[in-house]
Design a protein around this ligand. Structure first.
Ligand SMILES: C[S@@+](CC[C@H](N)C(=O)[O-])C[C@H]1O[C@@H](n2cnc3c(N)ncnc32)[C@H](O)[C@@H]1O
Length: 246
């Protein structure tokens, strides 16, 4: 599910996200498979934090999202930094259509969880497999079932900042393997209030492995997505690197 007005506040409230660490980890993982240059396609790119880093590092970047509001922010940021090497595409990542192959696909910060269930994730994996260069890799993360059930479940977060407040309420719907997220933002400058809802789905690791295999993708590396160490029972995020089955 794509973001609406929340897009305009995404960077403002996302100050805890360490994009440098994530970028460096992805680069080093990809390098182990000799993917060190070429075309990067960031799926569900949001405001482009990762895309701009890849652009600066000399990759040709395609940034894909299907939220008009996110893309609005992305176009503005691209203008600000003059990062015209980043090509922006409005597409649904479960139906991507490319002109050629991609060396490195990325999909981060829970974007896969935002897809509407297993069928959608399978479609994403199929499209990535179709457009990935035979020697390319796909690096993506995913919030775990453990995190949804034991950490996020029914939690409320209140971010009170100078320019805006954000109230974030999770509702675990365990029988549907997903969490409803309700956000209310109060913009202190304009006096306006925005509310939106979306869902994050979660999956058992074995199901993800089966879906990857069905799309002809094999796991090269699977680590904890937060400390980049080995996956544990209580890992809150997985970081996968997969390539085409040889
Ligand atoms: C949690 S944000 C992550 C953004 C970015 N990857 C990052 O690391 O900050 C999820 C993004 O995925 C996008 N998204 C969700 N479903 C999508 C879909 N089916 N096709 C394209 N983009 C999608 C949303 O619009 C949003 O920008």
């Amino acid at each position: 599910m794509s973001y609406k007005e929340f897009s305009y506040f995404y960077d403002y409230f996302n100050y805890n996200a360490d994009y440098d660490a994530l970028f460096n980890k992805i680069v080093s993982l990809a390098a182990t498979q000799n993917v060190k240059e070429g075309i990067v396609c960031d799926l569900g790119c949001g405001t482009g934090e990762l895309a701009f880093r890849f652009n600066e590092a000399g990759f040709d970047v395609i940034a894909v999202d299907n939220s008009d509001e996110m893309l609005d922010v992305l176009f503005d940021k691209r203008d600000e930094v003059g990062a015209y090497g980043v090509q922006i595409l409005k597409q649904d990542i479960t139906e991507i259509d490319m002109f050629g192959t991609v060396d490195l696909f990325t999909c981060t910060f829970d974007t896969v969880n935002h897809l509407d269930g297993k069928k959608a994730v399978q479609k994403l994996f199929d499209r990535v497999s179709l457009f990935m260069h035979p020697d390319g890799v796909f690096v993506f993360d995913m919030n775990t079932a453990y995190k949804h059930i034991n950490v996020l479940a029914d939690e409320r977060f209140d971010f009170i900042e100078d320019e805006a407040d954000c109230h974030w309420q999770n509702t675990l719907i365990e029988e549907e393997n997903r969490t409803k997220i309700s956000i209310t933002i109060f913009d202190k400058q304009s006096g306006e209030e925005y509310s939106e809802e979306f869902y994050e789905c979660y999956y058992q690791l074995d199901d993800v492995k089966a879906m990857l295999k069905k799309s002809g993708l094999q796991i090269v590396s699977l680590i904890d997505g937060e400390d980049f160490g080995p996956v544990r029972e209580d890992s809150q995020r997985y970081l996968f690197m997969v390539k085409k089955e040889q």
